[in-house]
Design a protein around this ligand. Structure first.
Ligand SMILES: [Zn+2]
Length: 321
């Protein structure tokens, strides 16, 4: 077979993989936890401890007044673009689109793709804004750009380290660090769960072509929902099927039990564990276009994390006003 014929054949094959909807969501949360556990065997125990603490505050929040519960909490964000070529060096416009989308999703914004009519659907009152002050107190647009020689990164935190071809974190007690670059093995992103790893690796990583809804994005992960999903982990949420069988739960009674992730764009009823699955949940594995909900309990848990292990993010004059 000629090289030319082989190339044409490979192109047809790769296109058909996409046309069949075979591109499945793949999140590196588990891989990352395994990576952390090779350096520190207490990581799973600390994860459970952190969940207990956040759960206590989740319950505490149910006694708060509506006014207290509806206080908007704005998280300062720094986006670290780590690129080898121009399509990976994503535009300001692409970054802005991602910030807009996480705000729409977390605030269940009316008229946006992040809105839903499910009575369980929450406005989390959590917002995100690019930092205007850097760790040294200087003005910034909240974006760093780093050229790398590495063709791709895995779930081993190399992208978070200048000495390994990535970019060092800004003080992660004060900023949500969002790294954007090329990831290997079909990985769309991964996040560091609260209290599980070092401050120098704390944050969220996302594939450049699954970040925002314009520029270098590629369907079916072209609506910015990978970042919404990963920030959910970063704020203490597990996958909606609890990463186990029907008897393993994600810790929330308002998310139906399931025993496995859902992919693509399913329709109801989707029965697993005698429940119609909530495949629209941001913590499932469906395509971006199928997702639109965090539940009330997921919202209370994330706010519980902001009351506890991540409270320092909100306790400083992040925007210089
Ligand atoms: Zn995940």
């Amino acid at each position: 077979m000629s090289f030319r014929l082989l190339s044409v054949l490979m192109l047809v094959l790769s296109v058909s993989v996409f046309a069949d909807g075979e591109a499945k969501r793949s999140c590196g949360m588990d891989q990352h936890l395994q990576h952390l556990s090779t350096m520190d065997s207490t990581v799973y125990a600390r994860m459970e401890q952190s969940e207990k603490e956040a759960m206590r505050h989740q319950r505490f929040r149910s006694f708060m007044s509506l006014e207290q519960r509806q206080q908007v909490r704005t998280i300062p964000v720094v986006v670290h673009v780590v690129y080898r070529n121009e399509s990976q060096n994503i535009s300001q416009k692409q970054i802005d689109s991602q910030i807009r989308i996480i705000n729409e999703d977390f605030r269940k914004k009316q008229g946006s793709k992040g809105h839903n009519n499910n009575p369980l659907g929450a406005d989390t009152f959590i917002e995100f804004r690019l930092a205007t002050v850097d760790p040294n107190g200087n003005a910034t647009n909240g974006i760093t750009r780093t050229r790398t020689n590495r063709s791709s990164f895995g779930a081993d935190d190399a992208i978070k380290s200048s000495s390994r071809g990535g970019q060092d974190a800004w003080d992660s007690t004060r900023y949500l660090n969002l790294w954007v670059g090329n990831l290997s093995g079909g990985l769309l992103g991964y996040a560091q769960f609260p209290d599980t790893g070092s401050a120098s690796t704390d944050g969220v990583v996302c594939l450049y072509s699954a970040f925002g809804d314009t520029g270098s994005v590629r369907a079916p992960f072209d609506l910015g929902r990978t970042t919404t999903h990963e920030i959910g982990h970063w704020l203490g949420l597990r996958h909606i099927w609890g990463d186990g069988s029907c008897s393993v739960d994600d810790g929330f009674s308002d998310t139906p039990r399931s025993d496995s992730p859902n992919f693509g764009k399913p329709s109801h009823p989707l029965l697993k564990c005698n429940n119609d699955n909530m495949f629209e949940n941001y913590m499932d594995y469906t395509d971006d276009g199928a997702m639109n909900i965090f539940t009330m309990q997921q919202s209370d848990r994330m706010n519980g994390v902001l009351d506890t292990s991540r409270s320092d993010l909100l306790g400083w004059n992040a925007f210089g006003n």
